[in-house]
Every structure is written in C-alpha cells, then in structure tokens.
Design a binder for this molecule. Structure first.
Ligand code: CO
Length: 210
C-alpha cells in the first residue's frame, strides 16, 4: 500500500509537468480566481468523477458530492456549497447527476440495516414512498432500481427549486438552469432526464416564496 500512496504523489508531479508543457500559464491563470459555469451535485461513488466524464478542466465545475446525490434542505454542507456557487459565483447551470447501480439507492430499496448510514438513506426511502405506485408496478428488480435512480435525481432537482437560494437567483437573473442526469457506469454515457427548470412554475404552490 505505501507504493500505491507514493504513486499518487508521483502522478501529481507528472500531471503538473504535462499541464505546463501544454500551457506555461495554466496554474497562474487558475490562481487568479474561479468563475465556473456549472455546479455539480453528484454521488460520492468513485466511478462517477464529475470532471472526467464531462471532459471539463479545473476551474469549470464547482462540485458537491454525497451518497446518492441528495439535496437535503437541512444539510449545511450542501446549502453552503449551493449558496456560494449560485449567489457568489453565479453559476449558469446546476447538474444533479445520479448513476445506475447506486449503492445508496439500492440500500434504500432494501430492508437491510447498514448502520449509521440508515439515517441518510431514509431520505432516499422517502423518495421511494413518494413514487411507490410507479415503482411497485415495475416487476423486474433491476429496472425498478434504474427508475428509482432517475426519480431520485428528478426529486433532488425539484428540492433545489424549493430552496430560497435558487428561488432568489431565478427572480434576479432567471438562472441557474437545473438539470437532472443519470450516468450509466457500464457504458460511460449520461442520460439527460429532461427536467431542466429555471423558474418556479413546476413547483407546488406551498413551496413558492415571495
Ligand atoms: Co451512488
């Protein structure tokens, strides 16, 4: 294992050399500041790295990741990232990216205990409950899990829309657009779930703030 660890540091040196070979000012420019057009809310899963799968460079994507790409409205970590990205950096797009085969989503579908994480998974179970008629009607378990991943992403898109942070940004600059994606680990492709929203017209009345 120490060799593996040392390899990461060696990789870093090589990466710096490669960047500088392409562009001698690469790091100087990044050090000047950031103005990323995108906030990414994704799963912590090691197989879904935001920059790599979207072909984006350092400086392009502001990233928040947690188990099953959840938007929990009492999560200070998520809210702080969201407020900074939306209010200060003024990102134009927020992408919620889930992925098929998500361990958090599969845990939420099961009745097993996993320990402390059960309390986080409860939020995902609530999404199942909300869509139980559609999900229970899907007999094949893998198909049901895939649809659950999609519905969970869509629900997080609307949960973002329910925050005052997003509603104030929509009011002041008609942005950001919030999108829902599902990434397929087996083929590397993203499915755009076509839920892009940039106003509160799709929100239930009770969630709209003056
Ligand atoms: Co996951």
């Amino acid at each position: 294992m120490p060799e593996y660890y040392k390899k990461l540091l060696k990789n870093n040196k090589e990466w710096v050399e490669a960047r500088l070979a392409e562009d001698t000012h690469f790091f100087e420019r990044l050090a000047d500041g950031q103005k990323p057009p995108v906030l990414w809310i994704g799963c912590a899963d090691s197989r879904v790295p935001a920059n790599e799968i979207t072909g984006t460079a350092p400086g392009e994507v502001f990233v928040h990741r947690n188990i099953a790409n959840m938007v929990i409205h009492t999560d200070m970590n998520m809210l702080s990232v969201l407020d900074y990205a939306v209010t200060v950096l003024e990102v134009r797009h927020v992408i919620v990216c889930g992925h098929y085969g998500c361990g958090g989503v599969l845990a939420a579908m099961s009745n097993k205990q996993f320990g402390l994480i059960d309390n986080w998974v409860r939020h995902i179970k609530d999404v199942y409950h909300l869509h139980r008629d559609e999900l229970n009607a899907i007999v094949d378990e893998e198909s049901r899990a895939r649809r659950f991943v999609e519905l969970n992403v869509i629900e997080q898109v609307y949960d973002l829309g329910k925050t005052s942070i997003i509603q104030n940004a929509w009011r002041h600059r008609q942005m950001p657009y919030i999108h829902g994606w599902a990434y397929d680990i087996r083929e590397g492709l993203v499915k755009d779930l076509s839920v892009s929203i940039n106003d509160d017209s799709t929100l239930e009345q009770v969630y709209k703030m003056d």
